[in-house]
Design a protein around this ligand. Structure first.
Ligand SMILES: NC(=O)c1ccc[n+]([C@@H]2O[C@H](COP(=O)([O-])OP(=O)(O)OC[C@H]3O[C@@H](n4cnc5c(N)ncnc54)[C@H](OP(=O)(O)O)[C@@H]3O)[C@@H](O)[C@H]2O)c1
Length: 266
């Protein structure tokens, strides 16, 4: 006997009645992802250090008709990660989805990094992501259900000159994603990561606007363009929704084929 085929897939990626937290949701990819989960039906809490920017983002996302709040927190501080989750549960009564998106980058040769610069990148991209996940998982365990989605990067797979701490942090995100997935699967929590290549945001704008660098990035891409924030929408909603119950511990690269190999025309 084959497996039974059933169900109406039209609403497979919908998130109505879900409650989400998006760290770094005030701009760039986080703002876009906050809008996508709200558009799919979820209430959203946007986290960033600058409350004014977070509130402006929340106002824009609120137009999707959902409850959208902004909160100021620095995720490098574990206590503040805990506070974010507590406030989200107070506001929404639960927490279904955590998008660990907040991240920073500092570009310079390895021999020039200071300890403070190293700590800034690792504490935001890896330590903060871990303590937000830990706080969220404690709540999700009581619900026996949850979705954690981490922002990794193509830089988790390949080394990139001038991005030493960033590559180390994103490699760490991809590995940590696997361990969280294994430890929390028994509690109904899935943990996956998304790894984009270059998408124009405040983080990358100056870099990708340089014509020579742009050309080098495009040369590596199989589809010959930069990513768009909208390229993240499908995989984000898949991983946030009930459709991904059987998917955990994975990193999904949204990279226009950049990691597939060597896009040479013989
Ligand atoms: N753009 C790309 O091409 C690309 C490619 C691969 C991966 N990524 C990853 O995707 C994520 C988002 O990147 P992006 O390009 O959208 O960056 P972005 O435009 O610079 O936005 C970063 C967000 O993170 C917040 N943030 C930074 N440090 C924080 C902290 N300590 N505590 C709380 N919030 C903090 C920022 O708000 P405040 O400054 O107000 O705190 C902002 O909302 C990052 O993890 C990045 O590594 C991006």
């Amino acid at each position: 006997m084959g497996n039974k085929v059933e169900g109406n897939m039209s609403g497979a990626f919908e998130l109505s009645e879900k409650a989400a937290v998006v760290t770094g949701g005030s701009k760039g990819l986080g703002l876009a992802m906050a809008a996508y989960v709200a558009e799919a039906g979820a209430d959203v809490m946007i986290v960033s250090r600058h409350l004014g920017e977070g509130e402006a983002a929340a106002e824009a996302v609120r137009r999707q008709g959902r409850k959208v709040l902004a909160i100021s927190a620095d995720i490098r501080e574990p206590d503040q990660c805990g506070m974010v989750v507590t406030k989200a549960v107070e506001a929404f009564g639960k927490l279904d989805i955590l998008v660990n998106n907040a991240g920073v980058n500092i570009r310079k040769p390895l021999v020039e990094y200071t300890e403070t610069e190293w700590d800034t990148v690792l504490d935001t991209n890896l330590k903060g992501l871990f303590f937000c996940s830990q706080a969220a998982a404690k709540v999700m365990m009581t619900q026996n259900r949850g979705r954690i989605i981490n922002m990794s990067s193509a830089a988790a797979q390949i080394g990139v000159p001038l991005l030493g701490p960033y590559c180390a942090s994103k490699g760490g995100v991809t590995q940590l994603t696997k361990v969280c997935a294994l430890e929390w699967a028994g509690h109904g929590i899935t943990v996956n990561a998304i790894g984009p290549t270059y998408i124009k945001t405040p983080l990358t704008e100056e870099w990708v606007s340089d014509p020579e660098r742009y050309e080098q990035i495009i040369r590596r891409s199989a589809v010959k363009r930069l990513g768009e924030t909208s390229d993240l929408r499908g995989v984000l909603l898949l991983l946030a929704s009930d459709a991904s119950d059987y998917i955990t511990g994975q990193t999904f690269y949204v990279d226009g084929g950049s990691l597939a190999g060597w896009p040479i025309e013989w």
